[in-house]
Design a protein around this ligand. Structure first.
Ligand code: NAP
Length: 288
């Protein structure tokens, strides 16, 4: 495939993060732009926290078409935006910015990306299902809100810091009306919750590279027949949790699908074109 030439008209999109060197989004997004022959270019920007306000001014001054936002800026970026969608406001985090004629609009495509990967990857509709979320951090918030909005029956949020689980469970119910429960990170409680669930989602970093050779985040003996087991971790692609679930012939979902689809939604927001999902998927999986 020939390289798309950068011209005076090329629209620039970027990713603001710190660190950002590990990001696979430039490869995935540029493959998408190139496949559709779009005059866009996606570049990484390493932005230290103390430089975030100047980076946001730069988006306006340099007339970038938009940006992704990643750790540690997803929450801190909000005050610098002109508008934030109600979903992103409820999550308290933005991962995608669109520059609409100088107005910076904030979106959060993480939760919707997870939901799309669940639907596309496993054909699973979460309506009425009981779902256990392990962890109550930023990723759990995005995923939990979106699962609730999609009609999940009950969300059980288990977290080491119980206050954080209570806060997330309360926020989800307040914003969506979904039934939720906060659970302490205790073996017997996790066993009972998982035993009664149809979906289990690990949103903690337990099992992530370089600490991937650890036992599964929860004991696989607790997995009931038919449980769908998901991990938001994408490095490694198959965590010890997913391997254990596969060994029990349970359906599994790796975090790369969420990474792909959050990018697909962002691509469509920037370009107003249908994203070439298969091409972006290939580029992402090759990079991982
Ligand atoms: P975060 O905001 O720092 O939250 C981390 C969560 O994990 C917290 O609930 C924390 O509990 C819990 N936790 C951390 N270490 C733990 C341990 N040793 N034992 C029990 N609980 C532990 O992080 P995040 O942004 O939500 O990211 C979490 C994971 O999701 C990461 O692995 C990240 O790579 C992944 N992620 C994937 C995607 C994707 O596109 N696939 C997108 C975003 C994030 P406490 O509250 O008790 O500290």
């Amino acid at each position: 495939m020939s390289i798309q030439p950068i011209t005076g008209k090329t629209k620039v999109v970027g990713i603001l993060g710190y660190p950002v060197e590990h990001s696979k989004s430039p490869l995935m997004q540029n493959a998408g732009f190139q496949a559709l022959g779009l005059d866009y270019c996606y570049v990484p920007f390493s932005v230290a926290p103390e430089d975030l306000s100047r980076a946001m001014e730069a988006i306006r001054a340099l007339n970038l078409a938009g940006a992704n936002v990643t750790i540690p800026h997803k929450e801190a970026v909000i005050p610098f935006l002109d508008e934030v969608t109600p979903e992103a406001a409820a999550m308290g985090a933005v991962n995608t910015i669109v520059n609409r004629d100088g107005r910076l609009m904030g979106y959060n495509t993480d939760g919707r990306g997870f939901l799309l990967s669940l639907m596309e990857g496993l054909g699973l509709d979460v309506k009425g299902l009981t779902i256990v979320l392990l962890g109550a951090g930023g990723a759990a918030r995005g995923v939990g809100m979106e699962l609730a909005r999609a009609g999940a029956g009950r969300l059980l949020v288990a977290n080491r810091n119980l206050d954080r689980a209570r806060e997330l469970a309360g926020d989800i119910t307040r914003h969506t009306g979904c039934l939720t429960q906060a659970l302490p990170w205790e073996e017997a409680i996790l066993r009972d919750a998982i035993g009664a669930a149809q979906v289990l989602i690990n949103t903690t970093p337990i099992g992530m590279h370089p600490h991937h050779e650890v036992p599964p985040v929860v004991n696989p003996e607790y997995f009931p027949t038919g449980l769908t087991v998901c991990d938001l971790i994408y490095n490694p692609i198959k965590t010890s949790l997913l391997s254990a679930a596969e060994a029990k012939n349970l359906p599994t979902l790796s975090g790369w699908g969420m990474l792909l689809y959050q990018g697909v939604i962002a691509f469509e927001l920037w370009t107003n074109q249908k994203a070439p999902v298969e091409i972006m998927k290939k580029a992402l999986l090759e990079a991982l």
